[in-house]
Ligand binder design. Structure first.
Ligand SMILES: [Zn+2]
Length: 275
């Protein structure tokens, strides 16, 4: 069994039509993926178009045994301080959504408006998928804002993803350096430290960032995945027909124990998403 906790449907970029449900199911079959989380996109920053939660729910209704809907809402709705995300998200949960994401909001990761969304997610039992880069859910070197969230919202499971999350796998991050650093991983990485200190942190292996964090140092990758096997989610970030998904082959070929492979492939997702 293999669950992809990070997939996209619909048109996201002007130069690409994106995936239909049929096309996503075909890509899942090619990759040996049984089920996939379909993410909503309701913040404007990363992409050219929105993919509203209501549309995600309509698409996922085709095959509830294979597609798992997530919901999203931008924390900047209405006038500052007047938006209550709880009833909006509660309606999405009642309609079948199993998590909040993808959070692609161009605010600091722990902005007060974002925290209102996280408080609503705590009440609703929704895990929160965070994309973290230099602009979206931005944070300082070493991820101090993420640490404040993990400490202040213990009832929320936060799933880290994106270049400024995964480069912190290494202890030698140059804040002015590349978002996708190459070469071996130095000791003292913040990702492992936060996973050890906070039981409400998970991480997904999707996209160039997750793949690079493993592929840059395969020996470290095996030790890291074995040490944190109960906190890592297999994921691709599939969003297009012609997209390479090297994480599938890398995950299959890394020499992991069977227990760790199973945890990352599907057991953790089943627990966190309450499937
Ligand atoms: Zn994504």
């Amino acid at each position: 069994m293999l669950i992809d906790t990070h997939a996209h449907l619909g048109r996201l970029r002007h130069n690409d039509q994106g995936l239909t449900p049929e096309a996503l199911l075909r890509r899942m079959d090619e990759g040996g993926i049984d089920r996939a989380v379909v993410l909503a996109v309701e913040s404007p920053e990363e992409l050219d178009y929105y993919v509203p939660t209501a549309q995600v729910l309509r698409w996922c209704a085709c095959c509830p045994d294979r597609l798992i809907p997530f919901c999203a809402c931008d924390p900047r709705h209405r006038y500052p301080g007047r938006f209550d995300p709880f009833p909006v998200l509660a309606e999405h949960v009642a309609a079948g959504c199993r998590g909040f994401g993808e959070n692609l909001c161009g605010l600091p990761i722990d902005d007060p408006m974002q925290r209102r969304v996280y408080d609503a997610c705590a009440r609703l039992g929704l895990p929160v998928l965070l994309h973290i880069d230099h602009h979206i859910n931005r944070d300082g070197p070493g991820l101090p804002g993420l640490e404040r969230l993990l400490r202040d919202h213990p009832g929320v499971t936060f799933i880290g993803h994106g270049p400024h999350f995964w480069r912190e796998i290494s202890g030698d991050v140059d804040p002015a350096g590349p978002a996708y650093p190459a070469g071996s991983v130095a000791p003292g990485g913040r990702v492992a430290a936060l996973l050890e200190a906070y039981p409400n942190l998970m991480a997904d292996l999707s996209a160039g960032s997750g793949h690079n964090a493993l592929a840059r140092d395969p020996a470290h990758a095996v030790a890291f995945l074995e040490a944190h096997a109960d906190r890592i989610l297999f994921a691709t970030d599939v969003l297009a027909e012609d997209q390479d998904l090297p994480i599938i082959e890398l995950f299959r070929t890394l020499p992991l124990s069977e227990a760790s492979r199973e945890a990352i492939a599907w057991r953790n997702a089943t627990r966190v998403l309450r499937l």
